[in-house]
Design a protein around this ligand. Structure first.
Ligand SMILES: Nc1ncnc2c1ncn2[C@@H]1O[C@H](COP(=O)(O)OP(=O)(O)OP(=O)(O)O)[C@@H](O)[C@H]1O
Ligand SMILES: [Mg+2]
Length: 132
């Protein structure tokens, strides 16, 4: 089924110049970038996007990180794009992400894991409306 998913390249990924490399991988896979923008995540948007994590002990650090510099947000469209993109990003903790995944190839630590991707079609729809 053709579906839309949402990603953003986190501030560390943008600062390291990984935007082109990450988007290239999605295009190479056969997925389409249907919307794309560079933006700064406000504190309010962080709270909204990470509502499920707001009470967690790591949230303060996560909010500081995600608002620390520009991100590049995109809507990625294609066959089973939610699962395809999620798997291409790799496990949350880059040290456990398989080589060949974005986090497995470019990351080493949980607090700077390069990219966010939606974990389901419902969260994708919600996150797209938050960011676009
Ligand atoms: N224990 C933790 N310590 C520090 N940061 C964490 C921890 N757990 C999660 N995070 C941060 O919070 C983000 C959201 O966590 P979540 O469990 O939703 O993982 P994810 O779905 O793989 O990542 P994302 O939502 O960013 O795509 C992670 O990507 C990571 O940056
Ligand atoms: Mg998540």
């Amino acid at each position: 089924m053709i579906e839309k998913t949402f990603i953003f390249i986190k501030p560390d990924g943008v600062e390291r110049g990984l935007v082109g490399e990450v988007l290239r991988r999605f295009e190479q896979r056969g997925l389409t970038i249907s919307e794309l923008k560079k933006m700064t995540v406000s504190g309010d948007l962080s709270d909204k996007h990470y509502a499920e994590h707001i009470e967690k002990p790591f949230y303060a650090g996560l909010k500081e990180y995600v608002t620390s510099g520009p991100v590049v947000a995109a809507i990625i469209e294609g066959e089973n794009s939610v699962k395809a993109v999620r798997e291409m990003c790799g496990a949350t903790n880059p040290i456990e992400s398989a080589p060949g995944t974005i986090r497995g190839d470019f990351g080493l630590t949980l607090d700077a894991n390069i990219i966010h991707s939606s974990d389901g079609t419902e969260s994708a729809a919600r996150e797209i409306s938050n960011f676009f």
